[in-house]
Write a protein that binds this ligand. Structure first.
Ligand code: SAM
Length: 184
């Protein structure tokens, strides 16, 4: 399977009024992100979900937004300043083979939305995410039906179990396959 990384110019089209009709960022994330939480947006792109996470986490919360591509992070930085939530967001550029964050187990919630299929070593990604979460911390993995077959997604879910997560729920997310996990 090819692991093509979403080009920066295509990510411009990821934040538009049409997408808001089927992926309402606040609606999707409100059950998971509460005021004061420390949360992670992995493969954040230009921040379609990051800004909502920052609003939900509030002024005492913190969002670490991680991406491979500098252009994504630069665009997110501008948007966060404009939205007045830049003080709550830490931008982190990672490498393709590692998130490169200290496994301090301080994170309450991690999101990987439509990004895991772009990562060559997914088991490693899931182990890293687990290491960053607090005991009981949650991880929402969402993949696009268009690029990820049911069999491939189930392989990812199995790799999450192998990494030490347990499955809490299979939330319905438009155009997507999704699983909500908890650090076991
Ligand atoms: C399809 S975009 C999705 C962006 C955003 N999550 C959204 O739903 O709008 C995938 C993003 O994952 C990033 N990405 C790909 N491989 C990555 C990796 N190994 N680590 C972190 N980010 C990665 C890409 O640079 C791109 O910004």
């Amino acid at each position: 399977m090819a692991h093509l990384v979403c080009p920066w110019w295509l990510c411009h089209s990821f934040d538009n009024p049409l997408r808001r009709l089927f992926h309402d960022p606040e609606g999707l994330l409100a059950p998971h992100v509460k005021a004061g939480m420390q949360v992670l947006d992995i493969g954040c792109g230009m921040g379609y979900f990051t800004l909502a996470m920052a609003r939900l986490a509030g002024s005492d919360g913190r969002v670490v937004a991680v991406d491979l591509q500098e252009r994504m992070l630069a665009a997110l930085g501008k948007r966060a300043r404009k939205a007045g939530v830049d003080g709550r967001i830490v931008l982190h550029r990672c490498r393709p083979d590692t998130l490169g964050l200290n496994p301090e187990a301080e994170t309450d919630f991690a999101l990987a939305f439509w990004m895991a299929h772009e990562v060559p070593d997914q088991p490693r990604l899931f182990r890293e995410i687990r290491g960053l979460l607090k005991p009981g911390g949650r991880f929402l993995l969402v993949e696009p039906k268009l690029h990820v077959t049911l069999g491939t997604f189930e392989g990812m879910a199995a790799a999450c179990l192998e990494a030490g997560f347990r499955i809490l729920e299979r939330p319905a997310v438009s155009l997507s396959r999704a699983v909500l996990l908890e650090k076991g």
